[in-house]
Design a protein around this ligand. Sequence first.
Ligand SMILES: [Fe+2]
Length: 303
Amino acid sequence: MVTITPIAAACGAEVRGVDLSRDLSDELMLTLTQALYDYRVLVIKEQQLDKASYYRFGEQWGEPIPHVLDHMRMKGWPAMMTIGNTEERDRDDRTRNGAALWHTDQSYEAVPASATMLYSLIVPKVGGQTHFADMAAAYDALDDATRAYADRCSVGHLYGQTRLREDEYEVTSLASDRQVEAVPTCWHPLVMPHPVTGRKAIYAVGHGAFRIRGMSDQEGSDFIYRIKEHCVQDRFVYSHRYEIGDVCIFDTLSTMHRASPIGLPNSLHDDIARLLWRISVRGKPRVRDSLSGTTNLRNIQSM
Ligand SMILES: [Fe+2]
């Protein structure tokens, strides 16, 4: 039996009784899709997946996105990446901790991610959490004047543009001219109604958000940083500590996230070794194709 249990935090729910290695029925996908939009983060427990079955699950949520950091794509699986500290390239501090800052996946692209999933294969005894900020709750909590102002703002995004908090790392650097040219400045509204639920959320005020149309660089950066500080208050944040077999999927249009910094293990058996497989997708869950017009997800067609 599938159970969905809300986590006692700002957002998130734990899902049990699902085997993602099997073909998922439309009914189950609808249940998971509704749960994702209700809770913004789902932790699907006790999975045993190979790359092919995990990728098949990823494709259920949209079109998997090959990352602009093409040298970090998984060999043979261009739209998957490994995240952690177990690979040779992870010896570089900035590569290993390139997600240890508040960000929204692919917000620096014209069509950003709509969902991301992380599958946990090696879990550190300390650290290694992913922190999620509920950007819909943060929007609701803005004061009336700021909310009305934010509703009208358009934000410029550029990879690598970041105003960091003291405890944040810099994002992993782009590694080639080709990568730089692939992600020119793009613009997104500061506040977006969710394409499925219509619920408004603050969008992507972490990494990449660097200016507001009509403001000076400094004014825009100051305003974005003020909104970011509002969004990442403890009251809006759920911190997930992984167990092996967790598939953590989150709605990137109504959350921001960041990793906890991690050190360098001596071996895969070290207490601080960590390995996640990551898939980000854009577009709509495939469940819409079989259920459009028949359910309360009909608005999903606008995604
Ligand atoms: Fe991320």
